[in-house]
Write a protein that binds this ligand. Structure first.
Ligand code: NDP
Length: 402
């Protein structure tokens, strides 16, 4: 009998995927793990390397046009190969005891839901799943007796701070934020921020999209909603503090005036390793903190003018229902428009706000438990709307400069 632990990694060629692969290899690779499926996007060469190293049963690229190169790269390896969104969903139908959900964006939604249906453990890096369909995701996990473990560093930190605590004694949860690339820029300068400047994180090495989302704090906005959905905490008890050192990942304040915080080096392999080895702790290749050398830790309240995304997230939490799906889709489309040079860095929040306003009167926007089809429909409608708002915004911006 095969006694190895079965695992799948969705988004294995990304930043979280690479860290997951690193840990799987360090913890015994194919001797310790039966890799059911690895998935990637355009980075076919890396996906093939990983699939060979872990002797995966299946490798899937999200893009049909990448099928042939993937087949060529895996020829003779015995790894089954597939491509496309449907193939990704089918890969998630193959049961694995531990599944990493690390596709970026709403594309990670369907594979995550399909994987949950088997029970087991879903290590959730794809925060968009909770933002767009949190109540449904938690309900699906409950029904399937599946476990979701948070991988976002802040949520892993809250999870660890809450071990053996009663939720009724929690007064507040505080998410820390590095402040991103522009935390010390004059606000007036942000309008001219370039994609390259926004893609450089002061503390963490992450994928480009989440790095830009850190600079705008759309990432923290998603995390506010993620905290609400995962831990069931009221929005007015979730706070954000700018903490430039990124060493305290989150704090929980209790009713007796005490606080428990979680500290660690900014290395995602801690949170990933924690989710991989839970409920045990295993030595991880993460730098140890030397607090005497660090000397001091600083905190400040986020400036609402610099980070308008935080107020938008609070509107979304007030509305509930499909507001999260609309917010995330509009944010993703606005981010695309910024990366493509269509709009400025500071235009992204305006695009998202306009789309949220457009949808706010709709039925079904409210606090019902929306089914997945409704979430996906809201996602594509909001995405299309955001693209046209971004186009208009960009036209105006460039005309006014001409
Ligand atoms: P990356 O952009 O580095 O990687 C994304 C992965 O998803 C890659 O494997 C990519 O493939 C794949 N992918 C891209 N587009 C699609 C698509 N349309 N369909 C299927 N797969 C696709 O992202 P990160 O690793 O930075 O982030 C992954 C998730 O984890 C995000 O939800 C992010 O918010 C979350 N997260 C990330 C953190 C980090 O430190 N990076 C921290 C906390 C959460 P390819 O590259 O081959 O094209």
């Amino acid at each position: 009998m095969d006694e190895r632990r079965s695992v799948s990694v969705f988004g294995s060629t990304g930043s979280i995927g690479e860290s997951t692969f690193d840990l799987l290899m360090r913890q015994g690779g194919p001797r310790a793990y039966r890799t059911v499926a690895l998935t990637g996007g355009r980075n076919v060469a890396r996906l093939a390397e990983m699939a060979r190293a872990l002797q995966a049963e299946l490798a899937v690229t999200a893009h049909e046009d990448c099928l042939r190169p993937l087949q060529a790269a895996l020829a003779g390896s015995g790894v089954e190969v597939a491509a496309g969104a449907q193939a990704l969903a089918e890969a998630a139908d193959r049961p694995a005891g531990w599944v990493m959900s690390a596709i970026v964006g709403a594309a990670g939604l369907v594979p995550g839901f399909r994987a949950l249906a088997h029970g087991g453990t879903l290590a959730l890096a794809n925060k968009e799943s909770l933002v767009t369909a949190g109540p449904l995701l938690m309900e699906t996990a409950r029904k399937a007796k599946a476990r979701i473990l948070p991988v976002d560093s802040e949520h892993s930190a809250i999870f660890q701070s809450l071990l053996s605590e009663e939720m009724t004694s929690v007064e507040r949860v505080i998410l820390t934020a590095s402040g991103g690339a522009f935390r010390d820029w004059p606000v007036e300068r942000l309008v001219a921020a370039t994609v390259a400047e926004a893609s450089t994180h002061p503390n963490w090495a992450m994928g480009q999209r989440i790095t830009i989302d850190s600079a705008s704090m759309f990432n923290k906005a998603l995390e506010l909603i993620e905290t609400r959905e995962f831990f069931g905490i009221d929005p007015d008890r979730i706070e954000v503090l700018v903490h430039p050192e990124s060493l305290v990942h989150a704090l929980v304040a209790f009713c007796d005036g005490g606080m428990i915080g979680h500290l660690g080096a900014p290395d995602m392999r801690h949170a990933i390793g924690y989710a991989l080895n839970w409920p045990d702790r295993t030595p991880l290749p993460v730098a140890r903190l030397d607090l005497a050398r660090v000397g001091s830790l600083t905190f400040r309240a986020p400036d609402p003018l610099r980070y308008p995304a935080l107020a938008l997230a609070r509107q979304v939490m007030d509305k509930g229902g499909l507001a999260g799906a609309v917010f995330n889709a509009a944010k993703e489309a606005a981010l695309d428009a910024f990366i493509e040079g269509q709009i400025c860095f500071t235009d992204m929040a305006g695009v998202v706000e306009t789309v949220l306003e457009d949808f706010s009167g709709r039925t079904g926007f409210g606090p019902a438990l929306a089914p997945l089809e409704a979430v996906l429909a809201a996602d594509s409608e909001a995405r299309a709307r955001a693209r046209s708002v971004a186009e208009r915004t960009g036209d105006k911006r460039w005309k006014s400069r001409a």
